[in-house]
Design a protein around this ligand. Structure first.
Ligand code: PLP
Length: 259
């Protein structure tokens, strides 16, 4: 019998975006592009397109637990990616799932808004993620607007937000894609006091699913065994290329070209 070597499995706990630009489809594509296998557990359904979100519904906890259980019983999970959770009670459900997956790299993307600005969860969901998920995650990947919500500093600089959030997590990557400067500054902060800044040229246009792409690529890289700094560098470089090559299947935002 042949011994088949499998790609590392990344368990994704994220929402579904029917336009395919963000959410689980973004996770699957970005994880595949790193050479890993994505196992997508649906936490929420959204109604949205490339322009905006009009509604979302969070799944019942028992459905989410059952989906994750089916995967965990069957496969050796090598990493976890958390995306849209949508409610405080879904945060608790995810905490329950993570208790069975200790010692794995976990990337927490604290999704509260869609790329077009529509809400995908109240700020309380962000506070619950900060209190209960950041402490068990390897790294959180907020953009600056999300970091300001989590840190409860509406005009905070990245450094000020990091000072408030680092007590909760090991590593924090605050992305700068939502700013205005011609160079984007993505800042990695670590609990041991080290920091690193990764800069890249700002690309014109507005993108749907860039945060999901980055967080999933990072989960894939960590699942492959890369150290945090290398994984962040590679995931950022990959994400930048997907934005450079983005296409526009609808009338609104551009979609990263992940494969
Ligand atoms: N997760 C889901 C299900 C979404 O629908 C979205 C945005 O629409 C996001 C996450 C976050 O998107 P982005 O990567 O643009 O921040």
């Amino acid at each position: 019998m042949n011994t088949v070597r499998s790609r590392p499995v990344v368990l994704c706990l994220s929402g579904h975006d029917p336009s395919g630009g963000a959410g689980l489809q973004a996770d699957i594509e970005a994880i595949m592009a790193q050479g890993c296998h994505a196992a997508p557990t649906v936490t929420a359904l959204t109604v949205q397109n490339s322009i905006d979100v009009s509604d979302f519904r969070v799944l019942d906890a028992d459905w989410v637990l059952a989906q994750a259980d089916a995967v965990i019983k069957d496969m050796t999970v090598a990493g976890v990616k958390l995306g849209m959770l949508g409610s405080v009670s879904m945060v608790d459900t995810v905490v329950q799932i993570l208790q069975r997956l200790q010692g794995l790299p976990i990337v927490c993307d604290p999704v509260l808004r869609a790329g077009g600005g529509g809400a995908l969860g109240k700020d309380e969901v962000g506070y619950a993620m900060r209190e209960r998920l950041l402490p068990v995650a390897t790294i959180a990947t907020p953009n600056l607007p999300e970091a300001r919500i989590l840190a409860e500093l509406p005009n905070g600089t990245p450094d000020e937000c990091a000072a408030k959030l680092l007590p909760f997590c090991q590593h924090l990557l605050i992305t700068g894609g939502h700013g205005e400067e011609s160079r984007v500054h993505n800042r990695l902060y670590s609990r041991d006091g080290s920091t690193a800044t990764f800069t890249c040229d700002r690309l014109p246009g507005s993108y749907h699913g860039s945060g999901c792409t980055l967080a999933s690529a990072l989960a894939g890289r960590l699942a492959l065994g890369e150290d945090t700094h290398t994984a962040v560098e590679n995931a950022l470089a990959y994400t930048w290329r997907t934005l450079r090559d983005a296409d526009r299947p609808g009338a609104g935002q551009y979609f990263p070209r992940r494969l």
